[in-house]
Design a protein around this ligand. Sequence first.
Ligand code: CFM
Length: 545
Amino acid sequence: MATTDNKTAQWNAAEVKEEILKKYPPKVARKRAQQILINEALQNDTPEIQANVRTIPGIITMRGCTYAGCKGVIMGPTRDIVNLVHGPIGCSFYAWLTRRNQTDAGEDGENYMPYAFSTDMQDSDIIFGGEKKLKAAIQEAYDLFHPKGIAIFATCPVGLIGDDIHAVAREMKEKFGDCNVFAFSCEGYKGVSQSAGHHIANNQVFRHLVGLNDEKKPGEYKINLLGEYNIGGDGFEIDRVLKKCGITNIATFSGNSSYDQFASAHTADLSCVMCHRSINYVADMLEIKYGIPWIKVNFIGAEATAKSLRKIGQYFGDKALMDRIEEVIAEEMPAVTAAIEDVRPRTEGKTAMLFVGGSRAHHYQELFSELGMRTVAAGYEFAHRDDYEGRQVIPSLKVDADSRNIEEIEVEADPARYAPRKSEEELKALKDSGYVFKDYDGMIPDMNKGSLVIDDLNQFEADKLVEIIKPDIFCAGIKEKYSIQKLGIPMKQLHSYDYGGPYAGFKGAVNFYHEIDRLVNSKVWGYMKAPWQENPELSATYVWE
Ligand code: CFM
């Protein structure tokens, strides 16, 4: 039986699950039961969870849409590509700078981030078609900015009326000659969540950008960082650490990225995958087409950062690099240890719940465990079973109508550019020494026995979990923030970081420790009841009572 050690709340995972399901009609309860899992070690097999399925209509899900995953998540952080939304103005306005992906405009200063580009579709465009308006908008963006690339995003009405955005893109690209125009069929309804949007975006980036610049970049140890979006400056901190170690980051997909980074990604010698959910297929495609091996890394958590750096060092196998990495870790760690020693006596034994997109609910458990805190319940909004259970389940994943809707690109070795980065013997030696390529074990094996793993959590379930388990902190997004705080529990946004960050790397870890300390030890949560609720000066009853 899982019980909290520091609170009056006593709970049992099976009872919590039962309590949640009780409220649902039988059919809904049956479906949700497969998405709420009690983490039990079943003869060392990871228990199975249902994921990446449609949310039941009527349930207030935490999820976003496919357009959000494409335009917001993957393409959002690209600074020198004009991101033009073909749709009604709201789709642009409400996606305008709301994700805290930070940008450094670089030496060229080309930065279209602050702009909201939209075709502002009206009734007449829906009735007579919007292609003419789209062409005019592309022309206008070109004339004003002469960007290297213009990306077009389809919103729901575009798919419904059938505008051929790809034909428009081709036509305009040809017309300009010096501007790469490409489009994304990322209508909000396309998939079950933003995860479909990631896939649509990454496919087009791979098809239209990667491989365009063969120029050799300087640097000895060249990597790509896949699935890092520079939220709250995370990418800046990771880049600082990499640079200090002498590792060259050719392309980040896509935090603080530029057109040229994508175009040059095929020149790197190793792909390091941070967020497995949003990009693992790109790592595979880079390997098949160009011969770049990939590994899973995690720069959330100081220990995880050190481990990831060592893994990169081991791959290149160069003593000078490995020594330098050890020096950097030795230089960075004292500040981390000092912060932990200061904070941990106040955080030890406290409990956390994490419900975030498709990777942070796992990665952030590292930071909490560095503080001696236990994650009692966690889940993803839109991850797939491999992100929960590990990549070994991929061959057994069911292909349903929704996943069939999302294109899988077939790639093969590039006749001119494919080059194995390591010889067969080198790879074998690495593997024999326990080095693991292209694998991810998922979140579940890292979680305590008896903890709860819940996919696609909704508002009712979030409230219930907090009410029964009373965690010391709840981590999710802006939609959850205030309803949780009203229940008297501190809430930390792990999407936007509540205007804080970075939390990645060594300096980020220290930031996080201090913030969590402040949140879980703030006295304010004890004052949730107004004085007159605690000690009423006047009491009255209704006549019918
Ligand atoms: Fe990957 Fe992300 Fe995430 Fe994600 Fe996201 Fe995000 Fe996220 Mo919000 S790419 S899956 S679609 S780590 S925007 S930077 S925080 S839900 S856990």
